[in-house]
Write a protein that binds this ligand. Structure first.
Ligand SMILES: [Zn+2]
Length: 316
């Protein structure tokens, strides 16, 4: 074969491959990145995506993107599945800038489907996790669905290697069927995927600023030990201290936005191959943030206020 002919064959083959992949990658075939992450995070529950619908293992399906563009206030009332991914959970963004609340927008329809949409359904899935027994902890209720209880047990096992962190983990609260303070939405504590630690030493924006609303400018507060945060985050939990609307006692199992590090590599986890997912648009509101130094007087006022509101400990 002449070298000219080899070059011609090479060109033809390259053109063929280019045409084939162009066909595979056309937009109607693409699985949105969010839908793919749901399949990776909840493989026993979310098994497919087709025509803007996510498909569940029981054969039912749910609209992924309802096409509505909501304001922040509207998203606190109603969300579609796509809006679970409204903001990336980025650990390098700290302290959280204005409006940055990654993971705080939860689609009630989706989480109700996975964990139970009524108190009775959610309660059926609860199991006791022996929480830090070597440090003196007590069993806590958590959902057995989607690996949540196993993930919490892994956190507990690792925390037990650090007796110096004991004072941050013993006071724990988990399942509680209630709405979020000041909202009609269910709290993630309803699903058995959230744990609050050391509430009395933590900061929640509405306890610090009782008159503030979602649009208010807030100063960020956190005294929580970051070593505890780091352990939770490695096991698929997100931390409320990464929110502008800070809730530093709050840890929540959310593998779709913070995949546990022990999960298979992304390449192994991808269920559908040959399709390219579009990148999630990052909608993050940045603002100049100044570190706020707290005076002891401020801390004292806060403690006094806190002792009053703790009688109704409703938060995220
Ligand atoms: Zn909480």
């Amino acid at each position: 074969m002449s070298s000219n002919r080899v070059a011609l064959y090479a060109l033809l083959i390259t053109t063929f491959i280019a045409c084939s992949s162009a066909h595979i990658d056309k937009p109607s075939d693409a699985i949105p990145e969010g839908a793919r992450r749901l399949m990776e995070a909840y493989p026993d529950y979310v098994v497919g995506y087709e025509d803007n619908m996510i498909v569940f293992s029981d054969g039912s399906s749910m609209v992924y993107d309802d096409g509505k563009s909501r304001t922040i206030d509207e998203m606190h009332l109603e969300q579609d599945v796509e809006e679970i991914f409204f903001q990336e959970y980025d650990k390098s963004i700290y302290p959280p800038p204005y409006g940055y609340d990654p993971g705080r927008y939860r689609c009630a329809e989706f989480f109700g489907k996975i964990y139970g949409g009524t108190r009775e359904e959610a309660e059926k899935n609860l199991v006791y996790v022996d929480w830090c027994p070597k440090l003196g902890g007590k069993p806590v209720l958590f959902t057995s669905v989607a690996g949540a209880a196993e993930a919490l047990k892994r956190v507990s096992d690792e925390l037990e290697q650090h007796p110096e962190l004991k004072s941050w983990v013993l006071n724990a609260q988990t399942f509680n069927w209630r709405t979020i303070q000041g909202m009609t939405r269910l709290s993630p504590h309803c699903y058995g995927i959230a744990i609050d630690l050391e509430a009395r030493r933590s900061h929640y924006w509405k306890w610090t600023y009782p008159r503030a609303n979602e649009h208010s400018k807030l100063e960020y507060y956190n005294t929580f030990d970051m070593r505890v945060v780091e352990i939770f985050e490695r096991h698929g939990f997100i931390w409320g201290g990464r929110w502008y609307h800070f809730d530093t006692m709050h840890f929540e199992y959310r593998p779709e936005i913070n995949m546990p590090e022990y999960a298979a590599t992304p390449k192994q986890r991808v269920i559908t191959v040959g399709k390219v997912a579009p990148k999630i648009e990052k909608k993050i509101y940045y603002n100049v943030f100044k570190e706020h130094k707290k005076s002891s007087k401020e801390e004292q006022l806060r403690a006094e206020f806190y002792s009053k509101v703790f009688k109704t400990p409703y938060h995220e």
